[in-house]
Design a protein around this ligand. Structure first.
Ligand code: PEP
Ligand code: MN
Length: 331
């Protein structure tokens, strides 16, 4: 249940009484104090009715992300509004920051095309301890400097809570990766920030768990959450993961959060990424996340799936009519 307190009653002793009566999660989302109680509560006790501007009762854990509570949420990053239904935003860049030259080259290329949201990981959550783990703070600083010089926004990953503060300070959008989706230290740090959070779905995560992770962020007062489908693990091993487009239809229908699709990590091989990106665009989503690298075969992570500049440019040029067919533009 969500209770929106009347503006003139916010901070009153009666609200304190209400918070003591229920198990509450106060949040300041949407400019008003909201109090959320557990989903099993059937309605507001009549003694508190005069405090409430609006009461929303749902039967599950989908609360602040529920479309029936709030029709749509959007986040504006670098002048680009993601989630208002008009645009499919391109979020692109290499998997990892490897060195300054690689980031400069890729940023120059993308800015030349008109891309506004640049993504690369400085803290890489690798499955093997012997793989490249990212440049950490040094990489984050390179990203910030290169993007500032070119008017690009920085999208980069928070791998764990130990460096959440530095990512949340220096990035424009903090990505929570598939492996960190269950990390409550990361979720809480991102919920306490007001930066836009790109929350990826874990590859073994149900849609319910995915939405619950988003609720962790929203319920701490950060309304700027975007969901990202990046493929789930199935019995199939021919491709890296399986892109769950039914799940995308579900979150589009039920939640008020912008939805981003990541065909790069789902496919795992560059040959399929552009076709999938066009298919995703035709679904009418709020953004695409695409990996692109100056010399993909030499990449220190995700080498097989990153597009060459030529492939990316061909994809970029092919997208506008696909987006237009579903009433959107590419930006
Ligand atoms: C990434 O975005 O480079 C990444 C590590 O993705 P995921 O968390 O989806 O595996
Ligand atoms: Mn990657």
């Amino acid at each position: 249940m969500i209770i929106q307190i009347k503006p003139d009653r916010v901070g009153s002793p009666e609200v304190a009484e209400l918070c003591a009566f229920y198990e509450t999660h106060p949040t300041e989302a949407d400019g008003a104090t909201l109090v959320i109680t557990s989903g099993s509560v059937k309605g507001l006790d009549p003694k508190f009715l005069n405090l409430a501007e609006r009461v929303h009762v749902t039967d599950g854990d989908m609360q602040l992300s529920d479309k029936r509570w709030l029709e749509g949420r959007s986040s504006t990053v670098n002048g680009l509004t993601v989630g208002d239904g008009t645009t499919t935003a391109m979020i692109a860049g290499p998997c990892a920051v490897e060195d300054r030259e690689q980031i400069e080259k890729t940023a120059d290329f993308l800015v030349g095309l008109g891309v506004k949201l640049f993504r690369a990981g400085a803290y890489k959550p690798r499955t093997s301890p012997y793989s490249f783990q990212g440049l950490g703070l040094e990489g984050l600083k390179i990203l910030r400097e290169v993007c500032d010089a070119r008017g690009l926004a920085v999208v980069t990953e928070v791998r764990d809570a130990t460096h959440a503060a530095e990512v949340l300070e220096l990035a424009d959008v903090a990505q929570i990766g598939a492996k960190a989706m269950y990390d409550h230290g990361v979720l809480k740090a991102c919920g306490d920030s007001r930066k836009t959070i790109l929350l990826k779905r874990g590859f073994g995560t149900t849609l319910k768990e995915f939405v619950q992770a988003a609720e962790f962020i929203l319920s701490r007062g950060n309304p700027n959450v975007m969901l990202c489908e990046r493929g789930i693990r199935t019995f199939e091993t021919g491709t890296r993961f399986t892109l769950d487009l039914c799940g995308v239809a579900y979150v589009k229908e039920k939640t008020n959060l912008p939805v981003i699709l990541d065909p790069s990590h789902a496919m795992g091989y560059r040959y399929g990424v552009s076709d999938l990106a066009r298919a995703c665009t035709a679904m009418g989503v709020d953004g695409l996340l695409i990996e692109v690298h100056p010399t993909p075969d030499k990449a220190k992570s995700d080498a097989a799936q990153q597009l060459t500049f030529e492939m990316f440019q061909a994809l970029w040029e092919s997208l506008p009519p696909v987006a237009a067919a579903v009433g959107r533009r590419i930006a």
